[in-house]
Design a protein around this ligand. Sequence first.
Ligand code: C5P
Length: 408
Amino acid sequence: MSMDAIKMLQGKKILLGVSGSIAAYKAATLIRLLVKEGAEVKVVMTNAATGFITPLTLATLSKNEVPLNISDHDSWNNHVRLGRWADVMLIAPASANTIAKMALGLCDNLLLAVYLSATCPVMFAPAMDEDMWHHPATRSNVDKLISYGHQQIPIATGELASGLFGEGRMAEPEQIVAFLKTHFQQKNGNKPLNGTTAIVTAGPTIEHIDPVRYISNHSSGKMGIAIAEALADAGANVQLVLGPTSQQTSHTGITTIKVQTAQEMFEAVTTRFPHAGIVVAAAAVADYRPANVADRKIKKGEAQLHIDLEKTPDILRSLGDSKGPQQLLVGFSLETNNEKEYALKKLREKHLDLIVMNSLADAGAGFNYDTNKVTLFDKNGQERSFPLKSKQEVAQDIVSAIIELQHA
Ligand code: C5P
């Protein structure tokens, strides 16, 4: 799917609200990117924002005047007009203060007056220090905005203006633009993954010891199935290669291929791979299997029984070795220690585009839970951490990252 030729934001009216955060300097890049994509941009700023970037800069880049005060000439009427003009109102950066005021419906500046009169979809890209981001007041304000139907653009992890490292950075302008593109595509019914075939592996595998016993693991397949559903919702034709689990999906965009062993999963995936644009390997594939499977039940005998194990094929590694330039590979990394180091090593060695790291050390994350807490690392060195969420929401985040990589 080539998106390059099409200016996907052509003619879209974006109302950008800039509030007071050091990330306000990124508003300049954001406006340039939006204008380059064909969007029409109008900017409103809070007074605090003008301390970080001048209205003149943003007016020049957006090619539109930047009103500042409610009492400015014509601004009072403007706030209603602007709110009605826009296809989307985007608050970026959204400071803790502005988020709090939006949640409460306060209206003591022009940005807020415009926000309260906006009849279009609203998105916000928070930017603040990590402790402010985690404060229960901010948590509940963000939840409130989401409950109003607004969309939160994922916050990034990295160096903060305070000099600390953590969650709180505003998403990069490129990510915000990708988020907007996805929004308009979904709205148009022109789904971002229409025409793409995706393979998802999910669940455990079982490796037979004899006709009665097997080696397996605790994977439920819930995360992989949620990803298959999110990909299908985004328009992909999904082939779900599913190990033995009681979980299932009835999504019409998904074909389920049931397998038992790592070898069967390997064969099901490799035969389909040449036709796939995306592979998400969420299965917990057994790394070893009994070297010999007894054809009869092994009888109780000596005090100890030794079973020789041999390696199973590493499905994802073999796909990574043979993938074409248009194919996108996503892997998972579930560890109990040195999580980041192992995840980055896997990303590199298996030639992945994206890796989803989760840790069994996090409460509520891992096998059989309905929630998960992940960090995404992509091949371009971008790292994004997310809070504990439902597996459906995590799946959305992963699919958004996939779509973004496709557009990169
Ligand atoms: O190396 P490790 O097994 O931890 O890698 C995990 C990732 O590789 C997961 O995405 C998993 O689905 C995939 N994998 C695979 N085939 C294997 C083992 C793991 O595709 N045999």
